[in-house]
Write a protein that binds this ligand. Sequence first.
Ligand code: ADP
Length: 413
Amino acid sequence: MQNNQDHKNNNAILVINCGSSSVKFSLIEPTSGLSLISGLAECLTTPQASIKIKHSLNDNKTEQSETRYLSAPFDHQQALNALVNELKALNLVENIIAIGHRVVHGGEHYSKPTLINEDVKNTIERLAKLAPLHNPANLMGINACQKAFANLPQMAVFDTAFHQSMPEKAYLYGIPFDLYSQHGIRRYGFHGTSHYFVANQAAKMMNKQLAQCNLISAHLGNGCSVTVIKNGKSVDTSLGMTPLEGVMMGTRSGDIDAGIVIHLVEQLGYSIGQVDILLNKKSGLLGVSQLSNDCRTLENAMLDDSHEKSAQAKLALTVFCYRIAKSISSFSASLTELDGLVFTGGIGENSSWIRQQILNQLGLLNFHVCKETNLATRFGASGNIATNTSRPCWVITTNEEWVIAQQSAQLLS
Ligand code: ADP
């Protein structure tokens, strides 16, 4: 870790990821990816609101982590004001040349990072009908930053942008075309910044240009998605119009027969609101295991025969892995060549058990896991976990904040 003073003359980007009750932030030097200060404000607008700020000290080696509790009313604006005070105290405000915002839904409007003006804000607001949980929160972050950093340009980097290269055959649903042409009902995909970052890293590992790479990447965290990248561009992805489609996730069901929704409403008396909560918050690993959405908790329970939910935890993880393996294999339909597979996200980067289960079901695509390397490649380690005779399978730690910082800096210049 370098010294804050060393960066006095550098140009840093403040990256903001604003959720409905949280603000994640990082001040990043775009060329090196060095984070000068990062943190998380969470439980905003509740009595538990807190802000945790981590920054480098002046001895080049250690990091200091500080937790500060905000006084009421602890909203997004106050969290950003606390951040401004911290940046002032560390003499870092002058370093910031722009703010880069992660914005979840850019619809068909944005395939590239964009300088935020009133038009862009209005479009993000209009797109909230496609991402009601995320876009309003992103907009709140933009408005709060415009107040806190009135003189700085603000950029939006969209989670959907990387997937705008998908062809019609991949983004259209098999429903009446009018629903697409008049109401925008189509597949958009998410996690684009992460898939783009790991594809770039994989290209570097192969000593190739990204435009020459054919990859499948699996971002497995609380939300999960699989993307197929042809000649460096996303040509299909598992998440759809909303982040509910595709593989099974922590609390989201992923693909189900749409007829189940009709059945739940007509036969079991569910309201649409209840179906929403069931599929988004009570399904996935949590729903099947009836224990937790957290992969670590489930792996521990599975390995402990005396745990009352041991079998149920194993069942949830087994369904999870099969559905991911099935999604990866299905994407071979989009490619004529395949350089390799990438795992990323909290589960993809850390769970050797999950990776092994998935790869064990992909023998037909010539993926074979090396058990020792797989076990060793966790907790920040990157590398190829496949055997010598297998197609490569890389574990790569994602860094969406760095992409947002790089793209914002590029846009500025
Ligand atoms: P988010 O999508 O919220 O950014 P993350 O990418 O941080 O989530 O991933 C969270 C998931 O990663 C959780 O299910 C967590 O259990 C899992 N995870 C983190 N570390 C490990 C580990 N060592 N072994 C297995 N799973 C892990």
